[in-house]
Design a protein around this ligand. Structure first.
Ligand SMILES: [Zn+2]
Length: 273
């Protein structure tokens, strides 16, 4: 069967980048088995021919009504699929869906009838928020960065404020590239409305949000951007861990040095949409 990517180089490019990123997730050890999930808003690449494609699934329920998603199309990782397989062929480990006019249901359109991630309600809620806030962000990424998850097992780090200050103080680049820092959400069961709502509440204020004893969720202009945001913060956690192995509590840059960097680089204090 012909792939929907054929003859659509711009869409192919997006899928290629998703494959590249999921390869990195596996290499970094952040994506064991079927761990992690992602979505990408591909609506801008959908032409008349694609719009006319018949569904290859029945009508499926999102579980929430998301009014900003009317007419939107997404690539979604498939439930139970591995990131390392997705990195080789995204259309064998995920599918393209379109949201129906009731904004509460969707159909799978291409290439294969692969059911989306069980975290679809959380990811689509974020996509709904992104569109509603007038943002040009397209990607949502949930993964299990080892050092950040490990920090969430230590009580003193279970605060967005403490985590952000600690990570920012490791190298100037963390402050420069993750100027909003890392949010923190106390443990909640995966896939619940409670976790989705808490994430929504924090993603507007932080670059990335850490779910206690679980993983991160990031939004990005594209999938590489969402990955970079997560990677920058996890790198700082790696430096903290390494410094700790050399001696007592790592010193970190002083609050004065960090304030100077914020001023020098005119770093934003709120998300630039
Ligand atoms: Zn997870």
């Amino acid at each position: 069967m012909k792939s929907v990517l054929e003859g659509r180089p711009a869409l192919q490019e997006v899928i290629d980048q998703i494959q590249e990123v999921t390869g990195y997730l596996w290499q970094k050890g952040w994506a064991e088995r079927n761990g992690g999930n992602l979505t990408y808003n591909i609506t801008e690449f959908v032409d008349e021919q694609m719009r006319a494609l018949p569904p290859i699934s029945g009508v499926l329920q999102i579980g929430k009504t998301l009014p900003n998603l009317k007419g939107c199309w997404f690539y979604c990782k498939g439930t139970g699929k591995r990131m390392r397989d997705l990195s080789k062929n995204a259309m064998e480990a995920g599918a393209i869906i379109r949201i129906l006019d009731d904004c509460a249901s969707y159909e799978i359109v291409a290439d294969k009838c692969i059911m989306p991630t069980s975290e679809l309600p959380s990811h689509l809620s974020l996509q709904d928020y992104i569109i509603g806030s007038g943002s040009s962000y397209k990607a949502t990424l949930h993964t299990h960065p080892i050092e950040l998850v490990a920090m969430s097992h230590i009580r003193k780090f279970c605060s967005g404020e403490v985590l952000t200050r600690t990570l920012w103080s490791m190298i100037p680049e963390t402050l420069a590239f993750a100027p909003l820092g890392l949010g923190f959400i106390p443990f909640a069961l995966p896939g619940t409305v409670q976790l989705a709502d808490a994430t929504l509440e924090q993603i507007g204020r932080y670059d990335v949000v850490l779910w206690e004893k679980h993983g991160t969720i990031a939004v990005g202009l594209d999938m590489m951007d969402a990955f970079d945001q997560t990677d920058v913060l996890n790198k700082a956690a790696c430096i903290y861990k390494t410094a700790l192995q050399f001696g007592p509590e790592p010193e970190g840059m002083s609050p004065e040095s960090m304030a100077e960097i914020q001023t020098l680089f005119k770093l934003p204090k709120t998300r630039v949409l």
